[in-house]
Design a protein around this ligand. Structure first.
Ligand code: C2E
Ligand code: MG
Ligand code: MG
Ligand code: MG
Length: 277
């Protein structure tokens, strides 16, 4: 009986693994097409300065609609794009699309805003990001200050000296760096002293419970205080409730992003948002 179960489990797991492997290959192949066939699009999620209630800009978030009733979330395809190396093409597409959009908004007379773009840690290996951004900014004329790159702490683990060199060059190009999902990585605080980052983005996992769990509240407060002492900007992601808004505001974190204010939205909707300023 036990033996039988074991065998069934084995069969179950291998068929499950086959399924997962197949799905990965399908996604990888289809993503290559998607890049060419305009199946990818960017949504924008506003960032709010709670002091004056104004939008300071937005984060661009990639969306993939293979057809009109299907959508594949970035949490599924970004990791696959990373293992296959396709992420470099994806990031390039995202960065140039955002820059062209920024140029359009500037030409249409929209107020100044900063758009933050998620860039994979892989794009920092061998400084590839410098060539990517250099090429794009040569071609599309926008003030580099309107662009911010979001990276996770993971990249600092690889080689802090190399990371420092790359970030310094980005800084000298005028591009700001934000540390995404701050507080969830494994790196030491030492890098904050050595690397030219300008913003800490407090991870959603702390914000979610900040109003109900005293440990998460303490971590949130500590990050805000540390940012202040180091002269860094701080923003909270994943803000969903008025209680979270009030706590953050009371602690001096005025810039916020989350469903409480707005979900990521298509360009049309975001422009309506901007028009109301
Ligand atoms: P992230 O950069 O940390 O983005 C925040 C995620 O939280 C987004 O999920 C966003 O839609 C979601 N979010 C925002 N506010 C709230 C909220 O109040 N509550 C909840 N529950 N969620 C909220 P999304 O769009 O599915 O993206 C997931 C991750 O995929 C991103 O995490 C980022 O790491 C990656 N990603 C997204 N777009 C890109 C891209 O263009 N390039 C790269 N390399 N990675 C991307
Ligand atoms: Mg992000
Ligand atoms: Mg984040
Ligand atoms: Mg996060």
């Amino acid at each position: 009986q036990a033996k039988n179960n074991g065998k069934n489990n084995y069969l179950f797991y291998t068929s499950k693994m086959n399924e997962i492997a197949k799905r990965k290959i399908t996604i990888e192949t289809n993503l290559r097409h998607a890049l060419k066939n305009e199946e990818l699009t960017l949504f924008y999620q506003p960032k709010i300065d709670f002091n004056d209630g104004k939008i300071t800009g937005a984060e661009s978030l990639l969306r993939w609609f293979p057809n009109k009733d299907e959508s594949i979330p970035p949490s599924e395809f970004i990791p696959i794009a990373e293992t296959s190396g396709l992420i470099l093409e994806v990031d390039k597409w995202v960065l140039s699309t955002v820059c062209r959009q920024l140029k359009k908004w500037k030409d249409l007379g929209y107020p100044d805003q900063k758009i933050s773009v998620n860039v994979s840690g892989m794009h920092f290996k061998q400084g590839r990001i410098l060539k990517t951004l250099g090429d794009i900014l040569d071609e599309i004329e926008i003030p580099p200050k309107s662009l911010e790159i979001e990276i996770t702490e993971g990249i600092f683990l690889e080689d802090i000296k190399e990371s420092a060199l790359i970030l310094e060059q980005l800084q000298s190009m005028g591009i700001d760096i934000s540390v995404d999902d701050f507080g969830t990585g494994y790196s030491s605080f030492g890098y904050l002293k050595r690397l030219p980052v300008s913003t800490l983005k407090i991870d959603r996992s702390f914000i979610s419970n900040a109003a109900t769990n005293s440990d998460d509240a303490s971590i949130t407060k500590a990050i805000i205080m540390m940012a202040k002492l180091l002269n860094l900007k701080v923003i909270a992601e994943g803000v969903e409730t008025i209680e979270q808004v009030e706590l953050l505001h009371a602690e001096g974190c005025h810039e916020m992003q989350g469903y409480y204010f707005a979900k990521p939205m298509s360009i049309d909707k975001y422009e309506i948002f901007l028009d109301k300023l």
